[in-house]
Write a protein that binds this ligand. Structure first.
Ligand code: PDD
Length: 286
């Protein structure tokens, strides 16, 4: 069945939705995006995602063409129109379509392109993978230096996922100057005893919306949080590891570069954090 999607003010069947070949995101990856999960028909951490969207747009000097209320109304309309109980809403804002190719930014009054669509994922929170955990490989982090901006430049993360797949694994952790930055599409953590270690915020990583919530809940649950870089060797000796993102929540990591953690099964902390995160976020969902 065809989805209803949103393009520049219109709700359309997906087959009829069109964007110009001159769109800056198509030609230059000049656009930003957000992914918000839907559980029980409600949006998880919508405000967090909208705040980060504003920050990404500000950093690239792209105008935010919609108000907070308009963004919310579009999200809710798409969730309702497409009958999404569990799934995702993807949104993308680009610098627009100037009608030609030019490296220079187009005039600031060019309307940005806005696209939103849903992805249906029944049982998203009850993912069987969360019970067994994922296996990761490490690869060099050769991305650009502004990973704090959520741009649609996702070629290297896609290549990283393919390298992991070829190695019989689920994902890749990115390593720069000997330390893990983050996963291809998630933030990375290790656990030692009662302590959770994850890289500190900077331009080197995306400031995960799930990360912020999970660290808050961890501190509230009297777990210790240390924000600093860690190496693959340190991760391989950790008690547990996990990743967080809007689409996977808290996902245990049970193997890193062929070395099993905790006997190759999820430990206690990551599943506990997943449970707290899902409980609390579903209570606050809108
Ligand atoms: N990815 N780091 C990177 C590089 C990411 O692409 C993502 C999210 C995260 C986690 O951020 P958050 O908790 O706000 O989802 C960290 C999304 C889910 C994606 O590209 O599909």
């Amino acid at each position: 069945m065809s989805r209803t999607v949103y393009v520049n003010g219109d709700y359309l069947p997906e087959e009829e939705a069109k964007v110009s070949i001159f769109d800056r995101a198509f030609l230059m990856a000049d656009g930003v995006y957000e992914v918000t999960s839907v559980l029980g028909g409600k949006l998880i951490d919508f405000d967090g995602h909208l705040k980060r969207l504003q920050r990404s747009l500000d950093e690239l000097e792209i105008r935010n063409p919609l108000t907070q209320d308009e963004w919310l109304a579009i999200h809710r309309t798409l969730v309702a129109e497409n009958g999404i109980t569990d799934g995702l809403v993807y949104l993308q804002v680009t610098r627009g379509a100037p009608g030609d190719r030019d490296f220079a930014f187009p005039p600031a009054d060019l309307p940005p392109t806005v696209v939103l669509f849903t992805q249906n994922k029944p049982g998203l929170a009850a993912s069987p993978q969360a019970k067994v955990g994922i296996k990761v490989i490490s690869i060099d982090d050769i991305r650009w230096g502004r990973r704090d901006i959520k741009t649609v430049q996702l070629l290297y993360p896609s290549m990283g996922k393919m390298m992991a797949k070829k190695a019989g694994c689920d994902d890749a952790w990115l390593v720069e100057d000997g330390a893990v930055t983050e996963g291809t599409s998630n933030n990375a953590y290790i656990v030692k005893g009662n302590k959770i270690i994850t890289r500190q915020l900077s331009n080197d990583i995306l400031h995960g919306i799930t990360r912020a919530a999970v660290l808050r809940f961890a501190r509230e649950a009297q777990m210790e949080v240390e924000e600093r870089p860690f190496t693959i060797a340190e991760a391989q000796e950790a008690d547990e590891a996990f990743v967080t993102s809007a689409s996977t929540f808290v996902m245990p990591v049970v193997e890193i570069d062929g070395v099993k953690l905790g006997g190759g099964v999820p430990g206690k902390i990551a599943p506990r954090l997943r449970e707290i995160y899902l409980d609390e976020m579903m209570k606050a969902a809108i």
